[in-house]
Every structure is written in structure tokens, then in C-alpha cells.
Design a protein around this ligand. Sequence first.
Ligand SMILES: [Cu+2]
Length: 279
Amino acid sequence: MSHLLATPLAFFSPQTGGSPNADQIHGLYMVTLYVALVIFVLVEGALIYALFRFRARKGAVAAQIHGNTRLEIGWTVGAAVILLALAVLTFTKLSSIQDPVNSSPEGEHLVSDSSRLYASNTPKLPPNGKSLKITVVGRQFVWQYIYPGANEPDGLGAPYSYEEMVVPTKTTVTLNIVSADVVHSWWVPQLGGKFQAVPGYHNYTWFKVEKPGVFRGQCALICGRGHARMIATVKAVPPAQFEAWLAYQKKQLAEANAQAAVARAKLDKQVGAGQVQNP
Ligand SMILES: [Cu+2]
């Protein structure tokens, strides 16, 4: 029964399979969907039965009924009990959605103590406090990702990428979501819930991808003319491949900075240092 229903129901349910928090959201949704399905069948079944059984016939006189107290109390209490049960279930599952899990041994060497780098204590951290921190910057109209590995304590020289975020599998990634201009919304459905990128605020979420894959998302809040182009891709690769990629990004950035320094020096000579704006 459940697998027969699985395909059509997957159409109505949140995407899943990328990260444990997305799986928990999906599980919770499915419980509600099954309960709703049973109620739908019962209500519609009773309606169709009544339409057929009590349809107009020659000589038939409809019974005049003025309410049914027991029935009315019954469906009120029944609905309240279902609502309460779903609320209790949701609250018991909430921590497994919000709280990151530890990284697997394969990703252990990529994570670091996350608590000390946050100014506030709002972000949820894994039990061991260690995660791979990536800052997500929403800007009109592209997502930017800043990775650990800065040369300076103030964060300068950190590797970054646009649009496609590369992450290691088996590793708990915590996201610090910010905005450089207007409000955007970070959402890669297979990796969990939706979070707003608000100027001046930090929002935090996490995911942990088990198997290599590509997960797609899209800015989920209209943020201006280029909103439709503001796509997001998360590419999960094995930890070793991630390290190689990160090293390559750093190398490319260093090379680009070196070239820029040469160009800047040349410009200084030509027009004088004071004339160069935004070097
Ligand atoms: Cu946007």
C-alpha cells in the first residue's frame, strides 16, 4: 500500500534525500499527509454514501433532524485529539531538524571548533561543537559562499565561490546566512528548510550530505529584477576532492591578487597613488 502511494504522494511532499534534517521534515510531512488522507477518504466516503442513500425519490419524505449533540462533540474532540497528537509529534521531532549531527569519521579532519567564531550563541552546533563553516552571502543577484581557510585572522584571503557551493560528504556543514543588500531566501529543498538572508542579521542552518551529488535551489524571495536568475547549487564531493578543490580556489585567488597588485603598482606609477580609487 505504502509503495503504491509513494510516487503520487512524493509529488505533494517536500523533497528529501540530501540531509538528515530534510529527511526529518519529509517524515513529519508524510505523517500529516497520511492522517489527512484517511480523514479525506472518510469524509468524502460519507458524503458520497449520503448523496446516494438519501437521494430524492418519488414519495420519499426527508427526516427532519435538529442536530446530533453526541456526533458534534465526537468530531470536535476527535479533531482536537488529532491536532494535539500532531503538535506533540512535531515538537518531539523539532530538535532533530534544528540540531546538527556530528560529522562522520571521514569528514572529521575538515571540521573545526565552531562556537568561538560566532558573535552570538544562536547557531545550533553539533554535539561535539565542530563543523565546517560556510558563510552564504545573498546579493543582487548571485549567491556567494565564503569557506574557511583565511590567511588573516580578520577573514581576509578566505576562498570563495559564486552560485555553486562545493562541500565535502560525511561532513556537517553549518551555514551562516547573511545579505549584502536586500532580503533573499536561501533554499535548497533537498538539504532542509528555507532561511532568509536579511541585511544586518545572521541566520543559521546546517546539512550533512552522505553521498556525492548535486542539489539545486533558487532564491525563494523576490529580491529584484534578476531574482529568477539567482539560482543556487550545492555540489557534494568526497572529502579528499573537496580539499583539492579548496586548495585550487586558494591558489587561483592568490594568483589573481598577485596580478592585481602588479596592475595596481603600474597604475600608481602612471597616475599617482592618490588618484587610484578602489584599488
Ligand atoms: Cu534573491
